[in-house]
Ligand binder design. Structure first.
Ligand SMILES: [Zn+2]
Length: 168
């Protein structure tokens, strides 16, 4: 797997201070801890170890920094994510799938950061009702949707900058 041109950790290193100055008041200690873990992951701050080739005739070794093992860290979770995607692809039915994105207005998105359980529950209920209503309409699908629990887990709540042009 090749290294990405720009890593999330580098973005946080460069812009994390300014971001926290602007939005830090709305962030919990747990969220700040994740940000800190991303910055430290695979740096000398977490120490290191020697990686050895599994082939006994090779014996190649190289030094490597330790991982943060935070479940939100893209470096630590990239292999787990690839395995998860491969497993989900095995479950796909041979039908057409649609990717639907629901976006909260900025004022409600700010409320969601402070009241996640309530706002996300309302959002998922509203999304499900909207999708069922549109799908049932003969002008669209004229069909009844099959409800799956994991559909809601795949929804992404994005906080958009007030100057955002609406593109993700
Ligand atoms: Zn990590």
């Amino acid at each position: 797997m090749s290294k990405p041109v720009l890593e999330v950790a580098e973005v946080v290193r460069r812009c994390g201070g300014a971001f926290l100055n602007a939005y830090g008041a709305t962030w919990s200690l747990a969220q700040r801890t994740v940000l800190h873990a991303l910055v430290l992951c695979r740096t000398s701050a977490l120490g290191g170890h020697l990686e050895r080739c599994d082939n006994p005739s090779c014996g190649y070794q190289r030094p490597a920094y330790n991982s943060c093992r935070n479940r939100h860290c893209p470096k630590c979770q990239s292999l787990a994510k690839a395995r998860w995607i491969a497993a989900r692809q095995q479950q796909l039915l041979p039908v057409v799938y649609f990717h639907v994105v629901f976006t909260l207005p900025e004022a409600i998105a700010r409320l969601a950061l402070q009241n996640k359980t309530v706002v996300y529950h309302l959002l998922f209920q509203t999304v499900a009702a909207t999708l069922h209503s549109i799908a049932a309409d003969p002008k669209h699908l004229g069909a009844q949707l099959v409800k799956r629990q994991y559909v809601c887990k795949q929804l992404t709540i994005e906080r958009r900058d007030e100057n955002s042009n609406g593109t993700p």
